[in-house]
Design a protein around this ligand. Structure first.
Ligand code: MG
Ligand code: ZN
Length: 282
């Protein structure tokens, strides 16, 4: 029996009260057996969360570079911002400039806070039978360490991989890169998520340019900042979502989409933008 770790510190009765307060009609604790495995009616959505700027308030990679990289990292960043290089090349060259003893790196990572409502959001999703994954164009080591501190180390993660070269040196590997990715990302979110979803609809929650390739394909986007502007400009099906407190409030809309029998393929062919958006608003 898996017990969802952010709540492992709660006694069973406290957890039951929490669940009742969140969703009195679908309280898995009403059953005497403690089970979280897809106990709610299954919604066929995969929930994909960006990390930097979405789960974490800050961009952790930028935080590492600004503290530990040789000063040339900023010129490389400028090349990326100007569109001269993709994020994959940008990050590979920048991480090569990092000079940080492991303890110093860890000490910084241990100061990074996440959206305080993210653990409860994950819990809500699981109570609804929804799988949550993290797909990030950031660094796996940083993300794992930060999630672990919040009891979320069980979340599936796809991202760029930090290689420890010894001493204070590092390199970045890109197991999820896609040479065909228009964004030149280290981690191609559209391809990874398509594999992970295996037929389920995709909900993307994100904030920035690493999310653009997936936003164009996702069935629904909860967006803020640059990603929100992108969704509006490109008329992608989306909801404005500044934080995970908002995401928690928006989640029940997935039920409405499912219960009305969204036929994604049909919607795509007829009008990929309007049909889902109309359902959400309608
Ligand atoms: Mg981001
Ligand atoms: Zn892509």
């Amino acid at each position: 029996m898996r017990f969802f770790t952010p709540f492992r510190h709660l006694t069973r009765s406290k957890l039951a009260r929490y669940l009742a307060s969140q969703n009195p009609k679908a309280n898995p604790m009403a059953d005497s057996k403690m089970s979280f495995a897809r106990s709610a009616p299954a919604n066929d959505w995969l929930v994909i969360c960006d990390f930097d700027g979405t789960i974490a308030h800050v961009d952790v990679t930028d935080g590492v570079l600004s503290r530990f990289a040789l000063p040339q990292w900023e010129a490389i960043e400028a090349d990326w911002k100007a569109g001269r290089i993709g994020s994959r090349e940008c990050m590979a060259r920048q991480v090569d400039l990092v000079r940080a003893p492991r303890e110093a790196l860890d000490a910084y990572l241990d100061t990074v806070e996440i959206d305080p409502d993210f653990p409860a959001f994950v819990f809500d999703c699981r109570a609804r039978g929804l799988e949550v994954v993290v797909i990030s164009d950031g660094i796996d080591y940083s993300i794992r360490r930060i999630l672990q501190r919040h009891g979320l180390d069980e979340l599936p993660l796809a991202s760029n991989r930090l290689q420890m070269l010894g001493g204070d040196r590092y390199a970045l590997e890109f197991p999820e890169a896609n040479p065909k990715c228009s964004a030149g990302s280290g981690t191609c979110k559209c391809r990874v998520s398509s594999r992970q979803a295996s037929g389920r609809s995709r909900l993307l929650i994100g904030d920035g340019s690493s999310d653009f390739c997936l936003a164009a394909e996702a069935d629904l986007v909860f967006a803020k900042d640059k990603l929100l502007t992108r969704c509006i400009d490109q008329r992608l099906p989306h909801r404005a979502c500044p934080d995970f407190a908002s995401a928690r409030r928006l989640l029940p809309q997935l039920d409405r989409l499912s219960s009305r029998g969204v036929d994604r393929a049909a919607n795509r062919n007829i009008n990929p933008v309007i049909s889902l958006e109309t359902l959400v608003n309608g």
